[in-house]
Design a protein around this ligand. Structure first.
Ligand code: IVH
Length: 688
């Protein structure tokens, strides 16, 4: 919960015109409820932007009607006045920050600072991320972490010492017997958030709706839970404790360096960490840089904090009631918004996985309109307690697919209805396999449901690479009944192809491409089967490990679990699916499709060890876009020697598109020739 003083322009989405006292009362009640919920179970009923907009409406009304201001109004209070004060007195008040939202606001703040100092800032501006978690003061006495205190109302905070030992970045013991208090933000990194929710789901607790909301609850419940959830601390300040005088620097940067040297984590450890700049133009440039890095960070930030770096200048600038004049928060657009779950769609993927997708009331999040979000799997829906028409939090943080997490139960209306789970495959009406966390059409990718998607996948560039067989073409072939599984592609007649393509010429090209597809290495043929829990990489590992399709088919789950990179837990399902595809594999074999993985003799030290390799012709597949030097490097990394001319010393020629005289020479000399695709497979581990 931010301090209730200002609002993002983006969040001002209310019409102020007809705002009366009843609206005011209602708004105050809503804001107080939001704060109470936030400080209660750690989950807000309003997202930050909506909360800010609400408080701004309240503040506007209060400015116009000072006689009607409610004593419990959240305006200007830390945490809207609902922050649990606790009983631990802060050594120095834990202040809040004033907000700006653009360059103009930043310039105004800079001008006010200049006015207060009587001259421009001399010691530079420290620029740091505004971390999105919970403020904590950590007290070290004689090198031991003795107490953690929450911000509370700024003067008193909650004792959170139970969390000592589970906060990464706050060592319980320092190498030096230092006494001081370090201040910073505790948060759940994205990874910690995932783990926390997995643990909570496993223990039957409600999942956190996002990392920030999870932080407060995690810190507070540290002792009562039967399991441990880790959080992470980043320091953004330090103050003296017990008059020890341990902190010696005269700038914020120097003190942060002193703290970091003791092993306490500061923002400097991150790519958006503290830097000092001379001018506000440089500060603005850094803010833009941080904005660009935001989505890729392993933790959430909701702004950038700018501080006068030199303590003497901080002192001179002074403090307002609740925030310092020497620092300001430049808020970034919110990455989470509240919206409503309208419907749940069930889509069938290429391997027959039936995946739920949330249909949302469209909401703008960080510059784009979000209409859908992933709901992972039915188990997630059950654990989250989500219902149709629920208010949900949508958040984007580095994800391409927006996510929604738990519903905001406090805002659930009478119209909430249970989400119906499919009784049958939504595509083919067949049975559903519910044995795993993800549900699958019992027909799988082999036929029936998922057939179109499975076929499109099978002819893809990394599988059989039949690029003439586009989506509509495949649909036509399936509609005609000419193709019922991937093996049928290899027995298509010229007439069937010509009919589907409405062109004899195209049919001939396709026949050539299909003929070429028969010679693909085993790993691609296997990949084309669309076996569950396998993709490009695992198909390569499996083919390499077993060498032939016959060997793969005789492998049981234990044998499959021995394949590098293959998670043992997935082996039984993979084995079962391979067995279920037996008839298709037989048909492929009968159609003359290659069922072995090419092996090139190699000495130790890489797949090309001992080889002198010449690459010629155009590269279109996995090597597309790589120049001569890149390819040379790949060859050398794989243990080979790269050469530009074909001679008797050449042991391998890689023939790309339109390979000419070098290919002819290699054929004349009897040198081994491989296609670009085969070569890419050989050196797959070195493609980077
Ligand atoms: S400085 C006197 N620096 O933002 C200055 N605060 O809205 C006090 N915050 O309560 C804070 N990152 O919880 C500062 N780099 C940073 C920060 C930061 C996050 C939080 C902090 C504070 C709130 C103010």
């Amino acid at each position: 919960m931010t301090t209730a003083t200002a609002a993002s322009p983006a969040a001002v989405d209310h019409d102020h015109a007809d705002y009366d006292h009843a609206d005011y009362d209602h708004a105050v009640d809503l804001a107080l409820a939001a704060c109470a919920a936030y400080y209660g179970d750690g989950d807000t009923t309003l997202d930050d932007a909506s909360y800010d907009a609400l408080v701004r409406r309240i503040a506007d009304h209060e400015a116009a009607h000072p006689d009607r201001v409610r004593a419990d109004s959240p305006v200007g209070k830390v945490g809207g006045g609902a922050a649990p004060a606790g009983d631990v007195a802060h050594t120095v008040p834990m202040l809040s920050l004033d907000n700006v939202f653009d360059g103009e606001g930043l310039a105004k703040w800079g001008a006010s600072l200049t006015r207060r100092l009587g001259r421009p800032v001399d010691g530079g501006y420290a620029v740091e991320p505004k971390l999105d978690g919970a403020a904590v003061a950590a007290r070290y006495r004689d090198g031991r972490l003795v107490q953690l205190v929450g911000r509370g109302d700024g003067a008193h905070g909650e004792d959170l010492s139970a969390a000592i030992g589970s906060v990464v970045g706050l060592p319980a013991r320092l190498a030096v017997d230092a006494t001081f208090e370090v201040r910073g933000e505790v948060l759940l990194t994205r990874e910690q958030f995932e783990t926390a929710n997995e643990l909570r789901q496993a223990h039957g607790s409600k999942v956190f709706s996002n990392p920030r909301n999870g932080t407060a609850g995690t810190l507070r419940g540290a002792r009562s839970r039967g399991y441990r959830i880790e959080t992470t601390f980043f320091a953004y300040g330090a103050v003296d404790l017990d008059g020890a005088g341990f902190l010696t620097g005269d700038t914020h940067e120097a003190v942060m360096a002193q703290v970091a040297a003791l092993g306490v984590r500061t923002t400097v450890a991150t790519e958006v960490g503290l830097r000092v700049y001379k001018t506000l133009e440089e500060v603005q440039a850094r803010i833009e840089e941080i904005t660009g890095l935001r989505a890729g960070l392993p933790f959430g930030i909701d702004g950038v904090v700018v501080k006068a770096d030199r303590f003497a200048e901080q002192e001179k600038a002074g403090l307002a009631t609740r925030h310092p004049h020497w620092a300001v928060a430049y808020k970034l657009p919110p990455v989470e918004r509240r919206t409503r779950l309208i419907a749940v769609e069930w889509n069938v993927g290429r391997t027959g996985v039936i995946a739920p997708r949330a249909v949302l009331e469209p909401v703008e999040v960080d510059g784009s309109v979000v209409r859908y979000a992933t709901l992972h799997n039915p188990a997630f829906i059950a654990a989250s307690g989500l219902m149709l028409n629920d208010v949900v939090t949508v958040w984007k943080a580095g994800d391409i697919i927006p996510r929604i997490e738990a519903p905001v139960v406090d805002l659930r209306g009478d119209d909430a209805t249970p989400i119906e789970l499919p009784q049958e495959c939504p595509k083919c009406g067949g049975e559903i396999d519910r044995s795993g966390e993800r549900w699958e059409c019992a027909g799988g990718a082999g036929g029936g449901c998922g057939l179109l998607a499975a076929l499109k996948y099978a002819v893809g560039r990394d599988q059989l690479d039949i690029d003439g067989l586009g989506g509509t073409f495949i649909e036509a072939l399936v509609d005609e009944g000419a193709v019922g599984d991937v093996a049928d592609l290899f027995t298509l007649t010229r007439d069937q192809l010509a009919a589907a393509a409405r062109s004899e010429k195209r049919a001939d090209t396709l026949l050539e491409q299909i003929a070429a597809a028969r010679t693909r290495p085993l790993n691609r043929v296997f990949c084309a089967l669309g076996i569950v829990r396998t993709g490009r990489t695992l198909s390569r590992e499996i083919a390499r490990h077993f060498g032939t399709m016959a060997a793969i088919r005789t492998a049981d789950a234990d044998a499959l679990a021995a394949v590098p990179k293959l998670p043992a837990a997935n082996a039984p399902r993979i084995a079962a699916h391979i067995a279920a595809m037996g008839a298709v594999i037989d048909k492929l074999t009968a159609a003359g499709v290659n069922m072995t993985e090419p092996v090139i003799e190699t000495a130790d030290g890489g797949p090309l060890s001992g080889h002198v390799v010449v690459v010629t012709g155009g590269m279109n597949g996995a090597l597309a876009g790589r120049n001569r030097n890149d390819v040379k490097e790949i060859i050398e990394n794989a243990g080979g020697t790269s050469s530009g001319t074909v001679s008797r010393k050449t042991t391998l020629l890689v023939a790309g598109e339109n390979a000419g005289s070098k290919l002819a020479k290699a054929q004349e000399l009897g040198t081994r020739v491989v296609s670009e695709a085969e070569f890419a497979d050989l050196v797959a581990d070195f493609l980077g």
